[in-house]
Design a protein around this ligand. Structure first.
Ligand SMILES: Nc1ncnc2c1ncn2[C@@H]1O[C@H](COP(=O)(O)OP(=O)(O)OP(=O)(O)O)[C@@H](O)[C@H]1O
Ligand SMILES: [Mg+2]
Length: 614
């Protein structure tokens, strides 16, 4: 039961907004993905900077087995000493960078796993130099042998953690640490001491020692640190100028290369992100605005059906309560309680619950639940008497109504210029007039939807021009049935719920109202559409649903604005008959139309000409 109600509510909320919601979901997902990519790029740049900015890389000239920034030939110990002697150099840390598994593919070098041998006996005193960040375990220490610190990807691909073992060139190594992911080269490193790296290199290529003086000459490059008072780029250029046979990288140039290679992607991401935000923002504001406008429209319709500000406030409050729902539980429960109380009282007083005494002005406007003992509430109470033998009394009296609207140049558009109208209970009056002559405006004044600028309005012996908002709301709910030209159905309610809504604010029995609503929908040929929402109905079907809602409470004053405007001849005939029947049952019926047919059955036909009824 609860699940069904929940699903129904979900369907209501989703219906109509499904594309916008999907759009927002895709937009948000896109933004999240872009955010993650942007974050990766930032980390990539940071990681690269961390790796290259703090050092000047020096490599031996010529082709060797080394790769990466130190790609080149051997850097013998004598060259390292020469570099160390350059003014501004604070330390030279010999390095070996070897591919773990040699590949002939250039492409594979991008993803190649490398062994990096570091000579930790030489510190790197340098204001930019930062240790590679260790996530687990520790970094290498001077004197370490046959231990390794792995890059994040290297460790992940082999499922290794500190304490794990790995074979490098058939020699077992213990993992002592795993680095943070940097998204750059170190992610694929196995870092070992330089002595171990030399051992690995010789194991790979035993002939090497034939070409070198000793193991100390087995270096592929060196990281150079500079004194704090010097600038790294200057020192790098100085090394390049004074030491022959070496390649020297300039720290800021490497950083620039790194940044420019990612700049395009960064700009693209910023652009796409901004676009995503704009699109997301627009669709969000569209949804919110649409929902707000729909809500405002819904309140307008409910007010037109007789809801007071208090009732609407209660409804909103009810929705905000846990378990509250679109329909507003609180007022519903309150109405049920009131009705049960009244039912008990009426039983005690032996008054039939749905007795339909003749409508009598102010008595009809009393608030439900505040009636005198023995007098019950319900649509029949306010409803049309079916006794036709009693003398007709005046149900509507409009005297000299005037209404104008502000025009575009502050020049008022005078629409109703002194209209007089008297309609007795049981009388059917048709008002004709050209399109734009003010028929809807006049009906809105009579239906208490708009206030006249001047003139008086009496409904059922009660002067309602100048009455309070609440009084007018109650009068609308209990005295007036209104068939709107534009139907004014609530899009989030089904046809049946729209019709039954007419009773919500008058305090009548809701179960009985739903039964009556179903019977009316059947009578007007839309019973099979009871669970359809207004946008799923044709114009004619909506018009018939709107008609059912207007007559549900048997209102003593029935106002219909072009009630057959969207109907075929047969259906128009059914509606005209129904209007006639309402009048026969005692209601005062006023129909406005620019067409002649609704006037055919009328007791009186008036014409609205230049804002005056003739
Ligand atoms: N809120 C408003 N602001 C300004 N002008 C308005 C407003 N409502 C109505 N009017 C103007 O009042 C005139 C009468 O409008 P109304 O809707 O009452 O005509 P109508 O006779 O019902 O026309 P139709 O047969 O086309 O429904 C029109 O010229 C219209 O532009
Ligand atoms: Mg109109």
């Amino acid at each position: 039961m609860v699940a069904r109600a929940g699903w129904k509510l979900m369907r209501r909320l989703l219906r109509g907004y499904v594309f916008t919601i999907t759009g927002i979901a895709v937009g948000v997902a896109g933004l999240v993905a872009l955010g993650a990519m942007a974050e990766r790029i930032v980390r990539f740049i940071e990681g690269g900077d961390r790796f290259v900015l703090g050092q000047i890389s020096v490599a031996g000239k010529g082709m060797g087995m080394g790769v990466g920034f130190t790609a080149g030939g051997l850097l013998p110990a004598s060259k390292i000493r020469e570099v160390a002697a350059v003014p501004g150099v604070a330390g030279v840390q010999a390095q070996i960078m070897l591919p773990l598994n040699t590949s002939t593919s250039q492409f594979l070098t991008l993803a190649q796993e490398l062994v990096l041998g570091l000579d930790l006996s030489t510190p790197m005193p340098n204001r930019h130099y930062r240790e590679l960040p260790v996530r687990q375990g520790r970094f290498l220490r001077p004197g370490d042998r046959h231990v390794t610190v792995l890059g994040a990807d290297f460790a992940a691909s082999r499922g290794l953690r500190p304490g794990g073992r790995i074979m490098l060139e058939r020699t077992p190594y213990t993992v002592v640490g795993v680095l943070e992911r940097t998204l750059t080269a170190p992610d694929r490193f196995a870092i070992v001491s330089i002595e171990d790296a030399r051992e690995l290199w010789v194991a790979k290529d035993p002939m090497l020692l034939n070409f070198t003086l000793g193991r100390g000459d087995l270096n592929t490059g060196a990281a150079v640190g500079w004194t704090l008072s010097e600038d790294g780029d200057t020192v790098a250029r100085r090394i390049a100028a004074t030491v022959s046979g070496v390649n020297v990288t300039i720290p800021s140039e490497i950083s620039r290369v790194l940044r420019s290679s990612t700049a395009f992607f960064s700009a693209l991401l910023v652009g796409i992100g901004a676009l995503g935000l704009v699109i997301g923002g627009l669709s969000l504001s569209n949804t919110v605005a649409a929902a707000v406008f729909e809500r405002i429209r819904e309140f307008g319709i409910k007010r037109a059906l007789g809801a007071t500000d208090l009732q609407l406030g209660n409804e909103i409050f009810g929705e905000s309560q846990p378990g509250g729902r679109g329909g507003g539980h609180r007022p519903r429960r309150h109405a049920r309680r009131v009705h049960q109380r009244l039912r008990r009282r009426s039983r005690a007083a032996s008054v039939p619950l749905l007795a339909a005494p003749r409508p009598r002005g102010a008595a009809l406007l009393r608030r439900p639940g505040r009636r005198r003992r023995g007098v019950c509430d319900g649509p029949g109470r306010a409803g049309v008497s079916r006794r036709s033998d009693s003398p007709r009394h005046l149900m509507l009296r409009a005297v000299n109504l005037v209404k104008s609207f502000p025009g575009p140049n502050a020049e008022p558009v005078r629409v109703i210029r002194g209209a007089d109208l008297r309609v007795a209970a049981g009388e059917y009056v048709a008002i004709n007039g050209a399109s734009g002559s003010g028929k809807s405006t006049l009906l809105n004044l009579i239906g208490l939807l708009e206030d006249p600028d001047a003139g008086e309005l009496w409904i059922a012996d009660r002067r309602l021009s100048g009455a309070s908002r609440t009084e007018k709301s109650r009068a609308r709910g209990r005295l007036i049935g209104y068939v709107f030209q534009s139907f004014l159905l609530i899009a989030s309610l089904t046809a049946l719920e729209n019709v039954a809504l007419a009773v919500r604010y008058t305090g009548g029995n809701r179960a009985a109202a739903r039964r009556r609503a179903q019977a009316l929908l059947d009578e007007f040929g839309v019973g099979h559409r009871r669970d359809h929402y207004p946008p799923q109905l044709s114009g004619g079907e909506q018009q018939r649903v709107a008609f059912c809602r207007a007559v549900l409470n048997h209102p003593p004053l029935l106002l219909a604005d072009e009630p057959t405007g969207n109907l075929d001849d047969e259906q128009a005939h059914v509606i005209r008959d129904a209007l006639r029947a309402r009048a026969r049952a005692g209601a005062a019926v006023v129909v406005v139309s620019h067409r002649a047919e609704p006037a055919r059955d009328a007791d009186r036909v008036l014409t609205l000409i230049e804002g005056v009824l003739k």
